[in-house]
Design a protein around this ligand. Structure first.
Ligand code: NAP
Length: 254
């Protein structure tokens, strides 16, 4: 039997209670990682962990954590709890927590703009800084995967706040890759296209139909398909890849 790709590794995943984050937890656990599943919603993080494939060959196990990634004090406490709970430090971080507050620019209020930047961009910065710090202190090489969006590359009507936050995540990713390479820490972005998750459930069927016509693959994506790309970037299979933006969009806006 082939050895699991992430055997003995600790992976922290944010936005773990739903959609892409939950699928990432499932795929990383399948490959033998002990998963620290972080979500703002304790119940949904617990549900994710309850459904994960158990690990047998490690002193560490999967564990749910409730935390708001956009709050620096909460992130500090979270890192303290993770340190206490696990033997060793995470060598994988996947930042999947994200929100939308869509509106056309002329109707987009400051609160909706700030909220999206705070979770999507500042939250990614806070988590990346905190876990990179832990990796460096413990001489632990690692891989950080940030979920950005194809919308950050091309913009999207009604999503000025969201597109700006996701372009920001790509800029952050490339800078982290440049600064942290010397510590053996890689940092990459994944750019999903249109993926079937609770985040996209509210999009009207007519809009989805029009979107489908623009996707060379002819369909929307599954969270598992994004998760497999995250696994590749998290694992040593991508050991010479850092600072990239990997599109998982069925060819949309290539
Ligand atoms: P989702 O199903 O809504 O999952 C996002 C998760 O993040 C939810 O469990 C949410 O909790 C959690 N969350 C929200 N704010 C948080 C915070 N401050 N701290 C910690 N957790 C928080 O959405 P998704 O589609 O899986 O999205 C995952 C990531 O992929 C996001 O970054 C999103 O922008 C990105 N993305 C998605 C698509 C797509 O088509 N679905 C496309 C491109 C990029 P609550 O549900 O309780 O708010």
């Amino acid at each position: 039997m082939a050895t699991a790709m992430l055997s003995g590794r600790i992976a922290l995943v944010t936005g773990a209670g739903s959609g892409i984050g939950r699928a990432v937890c499932q795929v990383l656990a399948r490959e033998g990682a002990a998963v620290a599943a972080v979500d703002i919603n304790q119940t949904s993080a617990e549900k994710t962990v309850g459904d994960l494939q158990p690990i047998t060959s490690s002193p560490n196990c999967h564990h749910p954590f409730a935390a708001d990634v956009s709050d620096s004090k909460v992130v500090e406490d979270l890192v303290g709890m993770v340190k206490k709970r696990y033997e060793g430090v995470p060598s994988i971080l996947v930042n999947a927590a994200g929100i939308t507050r869509d509106n056309f620019l002329l109707k987009l209020d400051e609160k909706s703009f700030d909220e999206v930047i705070k979770v999507n961009l500042k939250g990614t910065y806070l988590m990346t800084k905190a876990i990179a710090q832990l990796m460096v202190e413990n001489s632990q090489p690692g891989s950080i995967v940030n979920i950005a969006s194809i919308v950050g590359k091309v913009g999207n009507i009604g999503q000025a706040n969201y597109a700006a936050s996701k372009s920001g995540v790509e800029g952050l990713t490339k800078t982290v890759a440049k600064e942290m390479g010397r510590y053996g820490i890689r940092c990459n972005s994944v750019l999903p296209g249109f993926i079937d998750t609770p985040m996209t459930e509210a999009v009207p069927e007519k809009v989805i139909d029009n979107m489908r016509k623009m996707i060379p693959a002819g369909r929307t994506g599954k969270p598992e398909e994004v998760a497999e790309a995250c696994l590749f970037l998290a694992s040593d299979r991508s050991s010479y890849i850092t600072g990239i933006s990997l599109e998982v969009a069925g060819g949309l806006f290539m």
